[in-house]
Design a protein around this ligand. Structure first.
Ligand code: HEM
Length: 214
C-alpha cells in the first residue's frame, strides 16, 4: 500500500513540477510544498502531505456526498423536501454560506449521512502513555485504542432504529444539539478533524450542486 501510495503521489507531483518548470506558478499548497522541498521538506514528506490532503479533505467529502445522493435517490420524499427547502430559500440563486442557517433539512441530511456512513468509521489509533480509566474500562499504559464510531452510531441503545437513514432525527425539537457531536464523525479531542467546518460547507455545496442534476 505504501509503495502504491508513493507511486501515485510521485506521478501527481511530477505533473505539477512540469507545470512550474514551464513558468506557470500558482499561489497554492503544492507550489508552497515544492518550494519548501528545496530546503526543509524531503520528497517523502511532500508525498505524505499531498496524500493527507487528498484522503482527509477530498475523499471524505466526496464519500459523504455520494452516500447522501444514494440515500436521497432511494428516498424521493426526503429528496423533495430538500429540493423545496433549497428552492424556497435560494430560488434560482446558487447556495451561499449565509443561506446555511436557513436550511435545517440540508443540515440534517448531512449529519444523518455522516452518522450512518462515516467516511472514517474507525478513528485513528490513540496510544495510552499511562495507565488510564475510560468509560469504565481500564487501559494499561502502552495500549493502542481504536474507537469504532460506526459501531457507536449503529448502537440501538443510543439511536432509534440506527440502521434507518432518517434526516428527520436531526431536525429541531427531535434532537438534543449535543447529538450533532454524538456521531463523533470528526473524531474528538486535540487531534479531531482540522477541517470539520470546511467539511460541512464542502459537503453541503456538493449535495446542492449534485441535487440539481438528479
Ligand atoms: C465529511 C468530511 C470529513 C470527515 C467525516 C472527517 C473526519 C475526520 C476524522 C474522523 C479525523 C480523525 C480525528 C481524530 O483522530 O480524532 C480527521 C482528521 C483530520 N481531518 Fe477530517 N474529515 C472530513 C473532512 C475534512 C476536510 C474537508 C479537511 C481539510 C480541509 C480535513 C482535514 C483533516 C485533518 C488535517 C485531520 C488531521 C488532524 C490531526 O491529526 O491533528 N478533514 N478527519
Amino acid at each position: 500500500m505504501h509503495f502504491r501510495r508513493q507511486s501515485v503521489m510521485n506521478a501527481l507531483i511530477q505533473e505539477q513540477k512540469k507545470r512550474i518548470a514551464s513558468g506557470e506558478e500558482i499561489n497554492c499548497y503544492i507550489d508552497f510544498l515544492l518550494s519548501e522541498g528545496k530546503t526543509t521538506l524531503t520528497e517523502k514528506q511532500i508525498g505524505m502531505l499531498v496524500w493527507e490532503t487528498i484522503i482527509e479533505a477530498s475523499d471524505t467529502t466526496m464519500i459523504t456526498t455520494e452516500w447522501a445522493m444514494y440515500e436521497l435517490a432511494k428516498n424521493p420524499k426526503c429528496q423533495d423536501r430538500l429540493y423545496h427547502e433549497i428552492q424556497n430559500v435560494c430560488g434560482a440563486e446558487k447556495i451561499k454560506e449565509e443561506h446555511l442557517p436557513q436550511l435545517p433539512y440540508l443540515n440534517a441530511v448531512f449529519h444523518e449521512t455522516i452518522r450512518k456512513y462515516s467516511p472514517a468509521p474507525v478513528i485513528p489509533l490513540r496510544y495510552a502513555h499511562e495507565d488510564t480509566q475510560i468509560g469504565g474500562y481500564y487501559i494499561p499504559a502502552g495500549s493502542e485504542i481504536a474507537v469504532n464510531i460506526y459501531g457507536c452510531n449503529m448502537d440501538k441503545k443510543l439511536w432509534e432504529n440506527p440502521e434507518e437513514w432518517k434526516p428527520e432525527r436531526f431536525l429541531d425539537g427531535k434532537y438534543d444539539s449535543m447529538d450533532l457531536h454524538k456521531t463523533m464523525a470528526f473524531g474528538a479531542g486535540k487531534r479531531s478533524c482540522a477541517g470539520a467546518l470546511q467539511a460541512v460547507l464542502d459537503s453541503i455545496y456538493h449535495d446542492w450542486q449534485s441535487s440539481t442534476r438528479i
